[in-house]
Design a protein around this ligand. Structure first.
Ligand SMILES: Nc1ncnc2c1ncn2[C@@H]1O[C@H](COP(=O)(O)OP(=O)(O)OP(=O)(O)O)[C@@H](O)[C@H]1O
Length: 291
């Protein structure tokens, strides 16, 4: 079992902006979902885990090693799929993986070849191995990103907002790939897509304004809202009054009609009960935080 312990980690950028505030997390094998809105600090935490930046305070311990002082102790076991890859050089997928494998220290040509072919098969890019990566579709590029992250048989893989911009079919394919590889390793998935966390993650944390506002199993969170959510179709003009009367956790337009969901112990008159989802959990926490 691999373990990553993040203890009291804070990060202040050079311009004085505090991107992370006393983050505490313990992550084990499987997919861990870090869920938060844009600008919450997800990428800042991912970059701190992979050692691209040092925390201003706190410690990160991977399998017993302090990775702030000894970053190589995690780097040789790490695969990273960043949010932005930049520009791909004009070389084939195979040759680019071969180059990255060399950088990761896989010296033996035969070993590199075997690993690259296995990984290309796993990410379903074997047929495209001689094509240049910059000609790939968005989904293929993301799967290529996973391929490079898997070189060197990592024990921990960090993926930062991987499905943003993918069409539903590619997103499913990508998510299936992630869940297949997470059995014996840690996968940390940063995303603002609640559905991806619901489908993939056994544990999760919600981050907002650099702080972890809650963590646990998605099912546990959902159970906490059982019997507390009530919904109603309303006129838009009623909204501000209802917002002062009830804890409105979400507003949604369905076929041009506004529907609101409130979190109350007793069903308000005119509302009906609804089954909680992880999306409700997420909005419930974010709204609570704002109050
Ligand atoms: N190098 C930097 N210097 C100063 N501020 C930064 C730097 N990098 C990020 N920030 C700020 O830190 C905050 C958190 O950014 P971060 O990229 O970690 O958020 P995020 O949750 O990944 O959001 P997104 O989904 O939009 O990428 C933002 O307000 C951002 O502007």
């Amino acid at each position: 079992m691999n373990t990553l312990k993040i203890k009291n980690v804070s990060l202040v950028y050079n311009n004085g902006y505090q991107a992370l505030n006393a983050v505490n997390l313990e992550i084990k094998n499987g997919i861990f979902g870090l869920l938060g809105p844009n600008g919450a600090g997800k990428s800042s935490l991912m970059k701190t885990i992979v050692g691209l930046q040092k925390p201003s305070e706190g410690s990160l311990i991977f399998n017993g090693s302090d990775i702030v002082n000894e970053p190589f102790k995690i780097q040789k076991h790490l695969g990273f799929l960043p949010q932005y890859f930049g520009v791909y050089p004009k070389v084939s997928a195979y040759n680019l993986l071969d180059h990255i494998a060399k950088l990761k220290g896989i010296q033996d040509l035969g070993q590199r070849h075997e690993q690259i072919m296995n990984i290309l098969e796993k990410v379903n890019l074997l047929d495209a191995k001689n094509k240049e990566v910059h000609t790939f579709s968005g989904g293929m590029k993301q799967r290529f990103g996973v391929a490079q992250a898997l070189l060197g048989e990592p024990k921990i893989v960090i993926v930062d907002e991987p499905t943003a911009g993918l069409d539903p079919e590619e997103r499913n394919r990508f998510n299936t790939l992630l869940s297949e590889l997470s059995e014996d390793i840690i996968v940390v998935l940063s995303t603002h897509l609640v559905e991806d966390v619901r489908n993939l993650c056994s544990t999760m944390a919600i981050i907002e304004k650099g702080a972890i506002i809650s963590q646990g199993a998605p099912t546990y969170f959902i159970e906490q809202l059982n019997g507390k959510l009530w919904a109603k179709a309303i006129e838009k003009s009623e909204l501000s009054k209802l917002e002062t009367e009830y804890r409105v956790i979400s507003k949604q337009l369905i076929e041009k009609v506004m529907h609101i969901t409130v979190n109350e112990d007793v069903c308000p008159i005119g509302f009906h009960a609804i089954t909680p989802s992880l999306e409700h959990v997420y909005f419930n926490y974010l709204n609570r935080y704002k109050k």
